[in-house]
Design a binder for this molecule. Structure first.
Ligand code: ADP
Ligand code: X15
Length: 399
């Protein structure tokens, strides 16, 4: 198998480098509320600086849909980044214009420039070839370090790669390596934990993982469709009627393949979807008709924790309950704790699971927390990520 080229494979000294990063960070009142993605891009940016590149960074923020949205300008991000780098970050007011092109011409070795939010341009999301060529005209080399946006075929994530030598940054490379190894050559026992709210969104992941894992643990809102598929009544719990048959098929497929599919055995039910609701823990075949399941119960927590503890590799995507409310956070918190304690390698697949791990202060104890929610889900579904596919390959064969 050939491998994608990375930063170490190319000469950077004096080169103008267009580096796509994912600085799509949560903002609140103009302030960055979580800068994980900015920090995650630092190794690549610092390497470019230290190796004498002229660095032109590009990112999207939010979904401005081809219009200039003042609140989505990247100025606070440029400021924040400049604090980390301890050097100025020159921010342009346009994404692409004659002024931008001129300013780029003045960037010197070791300088860092940040273009305006690429989604202010209509052509970005359309993967417009003219815009991709304009981006390419600014540089000698393209580096993609935006794993969080690698599932998007946009002008700055995919199109540009056809017009310049194109290599991966360190973050993108690590994400692909960790997730790829888990799927292709996992240490065993290999356990996947899938939770969250929507069965529909997780079907592809479950389908792909069931062929690879030893244990599949299912919790959270989507587990009720499985419990229903087993023939139990689930009261007011979340149900995806259209996918009961898929759940049945997965239960059968797991049996056929010898994969241990673990569903909750008990549930924390509530008489209302609120923090103040009355709650109790019941076995899955005793959910009262006017109550709803909002977390996994204590026996399930014990089962899941034991399996996690015995695993060599664990991938987790989706919370076990409505962890935003303290009353229903125990399952998610306990699974996070079990992951923090296992000797196995632990991978958090972005999105809500990553927020939960942060919230409960277990982030430092995880081996890898993906910076991409949608991107890691698509990767775990076995889909090709366009932002990765477009990068150049090295001719040398690797094992
Ligand atoms: N039993 C449940 N009933 C309703 N919602 C739930 C339940 N368990 C988890 N959730 C909700 O699921 C949401 C996350 O779902 P989803 O977007 O599918 O996960 P992810 O972002 O990890 O992929 C959380 O906001 C959580 O409150
Ligand atoms: O935040 C992102 O996605 P994620 O929340 O699924 O990780 C990425 O920056 C992609 O953004 P998009 O879903 O608007 O294309």
């Amino acid at each position: 198998m050939k491998r994608k080229m990375n930063l170490r494979d190319v000469e950077l000294q004096g080169k103008r480098v267009f580096c796509r990063v994912d600085f799509n960070v949560p903002m609140s009142k103009g302030e960055i509320s979580d800068d994980t993605r900015i920090q995650a891009a630092l190794p690549t940016i610092m390497y470019l600086i230290q190796n004498g590149a002229k660095v032109i960074l590009a990112s999207h923020l939010g979904r401005p849909d081809g219009e200039v949205v003042e609140e989505l300008r990247l100025d606070p991000i440029a400021q924040h980044l400049s604090n980390y780098l301890e050097q100025p970050v020159f921010k342009t007011d346009d994404v692409y214009s004659e002024d931008v092109s001129k300013a780029v011409g003045e960037v010197e070795e070791g300088d860092v420039m940040l273009l305006e939010n690429v989604r202010f341009e209509k052509g970005e999301k359309k993967n417009d070839e003219a815009l991709a060529k304009q981006f390419a005209s600014l540089a000698d080399l393209y580096v993609n370090d935006a794993f969080g946006a690698a599932h998007r075929a946009h002008a700055s994530t995919e199109g540009i790669a056809h017009h310049l030598p194109a290599v991966s940054g360190f973050l993108l490379e690590k994400e692909i390596e960790v997730l790829g190894k888990a799927l292709d050559n996992p240490e065993r026992p290999f356990t996947a934990i899938i939770g969250g709210a929507k069965v529909k969104d997780k079907i592809g992941v479950i389908d792909h993982l069931i062929d690879r894992v030893d244990h599949l643990l299912i919790g959270g809102g989507l587990s009720y469709t499985f419990i229903k598929a087993l023939g139990h009544e689930i009261g007011q719990s979340l149900l995806d009627e259209d996918n009961i048959d898929s759940a049945k098929q997965f239960i059968q497929k797991a049996k056929d393949k010898g994969v241990s599919l673990h569903l909750p055995v008990d549930i924390t039910v509530a008489d209302d979807f609120s923090e103040e609701a009355n709650t109790k823990v019941v076995p899955i075949d005793e959910i009262p008709s006017d109550w709803e399941g909002l977390d996994i119960g204590s026996e399930t927590v014990e089962n899941f924790s034991q399996i996690i503890s015995d695993s060599k590799l664990v991938i987790w995507n989706g919370p076990m309950g409505v962890f935003e409310y303290e009353a229903f956070a125990n399952g998610t918190k306990s699974v996070a704790k079990a992951l923090s304690e296992t000797e196995g390698y632990t991978v958090i697949g972005g999105g809500d699971s990553a927020s939960a791990v942060e919230k409960f202060n277990y982030a430092d104890q995880m081996d890898h927390i993906s910076t991409g929610g949608g991107a890691s889900l698509e990767f775990m579904e076995g889909k090709v990520l366009p932002g990765v596919a477009a990068l150049n390959e090295l001719d040398e064969e690797v094992k």
